[in-house]
Design a protein around this ligand. Structure first.
Ligand code: ATP
Length: 512
């Protein structure tokens, strides 16, 4: 009987990622810079896999979504129109003794106040007093809560003046709105359709924490899905998602202090708990994406924003949440943003950005029924957390294994010569390695015992290892070893590429 332990804490996860070269604190040789991270070779591969799988599923394989790649710094009026310059704030509180700054809502949540970010500044002040909250660093008294703008300001060009100030984007979404008309016209897109983007975003977070969960520089994968304002309930693809059964935590359940419920998506739509079926469809598609990439459905839920939690312009917002070692937290937000953004950009740019509906001959303001907005780093955390196992079968042979979906694995195949000093084995292994790397991310390793080489590959999630031994020289077969079952079988070298391709794509299962 194998005992399986999950990752115990976010600190353990951070040291696991560092030890295996996935992620390092940025600028660590100078003491590090909070909220910024550098990705090592395996981390860079995993990030790229996450992004290309997301882009593949939601852009390349769809006729109704196209992609863009907007600038990180754009015209400052974009951020004025979106409301970020004036009101993209978090509640900040200073320690009167050591001067450390903290995020007031996070401190309240740490002592059990739910959805503290929905509270007014005055209410936060009251609760800090009532719950006798002190500075976590020095136990000093805290000052009054105030609003702090998270935008990173920068200067554009050589002359410093008010008009040269711009901002690093805090989200990718606004570039989609400001480019809506170009993209729609040039690509002859007809409503309903989406525009997607993957790119870096920057927020000067008051207290970045929980490893990659809250960063100052991060990357978003976002879609704005536009529909005709009268047609947000006319999704033709509901059959694809109706049967999804998920953990749902409606705002009503939260307000009544009830537990989340396991419920079919079609029930949520029928009971109008999810208000627009296009939005329900996008929530389900994003939920499925994680499940299809191996995330346990027990660790996922959808949570509806409370009435005073959601942005003032959003009709309904749902978060996909994951059960992290530090509790259920937002993985992705999916807001119904209505016509708010396009209306704002029309007002500030004084341009007519409406969509011309050829059928009715009328213009309409495009309605954003769903904005799936996913952070790459939070997806990265989820895939590692969910696939991490420390297996102990009672012998001294404990192993750490990342049971990553093969599509996510940074290395797909590892090739080992049984002995590193045997010229024949090394030559044959290099030949096989060179052939396989034409097809898959392949890694060559000849150092240490075979057992240790297997363990190293298990720990970074490599699904299959190939060992070249003396029998290979005699009969042109190699040992293929499966990460999850640890079983091994012999395969002919001339069948290896096809066999591995079928295994990795899930067409066939590994069996002896
Ligand atoms: P939170 O409440 O956690 O601050 P948010 O509601 O401000 O998040 P959104 O503005 O909805 O987040 O951003 C969409 C997504 O972008 C989030 O679900 C998350 O995956 C990612 N994201 C946002 N802020 C950060 C951050 N500081 N670090 C890493 N990822 C982030």
């Amino acid at each position: 009987m194998v005992k399986e332990d999950k990752i115990a804490s976010i600190a353990d996860l951070a040291s696991f990622c560092k030890k295996n070269g996935f992620v390092f604190q940025s600028g660590e040789i100078y003491g590090g810079l909070a909220g910024f991270w550098d990705y090592g070779p395996l981390g860079a591969e995993l990030r790229n896999n996450i992004k290309s799988l997301w882009w593949g599923a939601f852009v390349r394989k769809r006729e109704d979504v196209v992609g863009i790649d907007g600038a990180i710094i754009t015209h400052p009026m974009v951020w004025k129109a979106s409301g970020h310059v004036d009101s993209f704030t978090d509640p900040l509180v200073d320690c009167l003794k050591c001067k450390e700054r903290h995020r007031a809502d996070n401190m309240l949540e740490d002592v059990g106040v739910e959805n503290a970010d929905a509270l007014s500044i005055e209410r936060m002040d009251e609760l800090i007093q009532k719950k006798k909250i002190k500075c976590p660093k020095c136990k000093g008294d805290l000052g009054n809560v105030r609003r702090y703008n998270l935008m990173f300001r920068t200067q554009v060009g050589p002359v410093e003046s008010e008009s040269s100030i711009s901002y690093l984007r805090p989200e990718t979404a606004q570039l989609i709105f400001s480019n809506f008309q170009f993209v729609q016209k040039i690509n002859r897109m007809k409503l309903p359709f989406g525009i997607a983007q993957i790119g870096r975003s920057f927020r000067n977070e008051i207290s970045p924490r929980n490893f990659l969960f809250r960063d100052r520089e991060f990357e978003q994968m976002e879609i704005e899905f536009f529909v005709h304002p009268d047609e947000y309930n006319k999704c033709p693809f509901m059959d694809e998602v109706n049967e999804l059964v998920l953990n749902a935590y409606s705002s009503e359940n939260q307000l009544k202090k009830q537990k989340m419920k396991k419920i079919a998506l079609k029930e949520l739509v029928k009971k109008k708990i999810m208000k627009a079926n296009w939005q329900a469809y996008w929530i389900a598609k994003q939920y499925y994406w994680f499940i299809e990439l191996g995330v346990s459905p027990d660790n996922l839920r959808v949570r509806q924003h409370l009435p005073d939690e959601k942005s003032h312009y959003a009709l309904d917002t749902w978060d996909i949440e994951y059960q992290f070692p530090f509790g259920w937290k937002e993985l992705q937000g999916i807001a119904n943003r209505t016509t708010f953004d396009m209306t704002q950009h029309m007002k500030y740019s004084k341009k007519d950005l409406q969509y011309f509906d050829e059928e009715t001959g009328k213009k309409v303001v495009p309605y954003v029924v769903a904005e799936p907005s996913q952070g790459v780093e939070r997806a990265f955390l989820v895939f590692i957390t969910d696939s991490y196992r420390k297996e102990n079968s009672g012998t001294k042979d404990e192993r750490v294994v990342l049971k990553l979906h093969p599509k996510l694995s940074p290395i797909k195949i590892a090739v080992f010569p049984l002995l590193k000093n045997d010229d024949n084995l090394v030559k044959k292994s290099r030949e096989i390695f060179n052939e396989l790397r034409e097809h898959f991310e392949t890694f060559y390793d000849s150092s240490g015992s075979i057992g240790r080489r297997y363990r190293r590959m298990d720990e970074v999630g490599t699904p299959y290892c190939i060992t070249v031994d003396h029998k290979t020289i005699e009969d042109n077969t190699v040992t293929v070893r499966d990460r999850d079952s640890m079983e091994q079988m012999r395969v002919k070298t001339d069948e290896l590429v096809n066999y591995l391709r079928e295994l990795l794509s899930g067409k066939i299962k590994f069996s002896k």
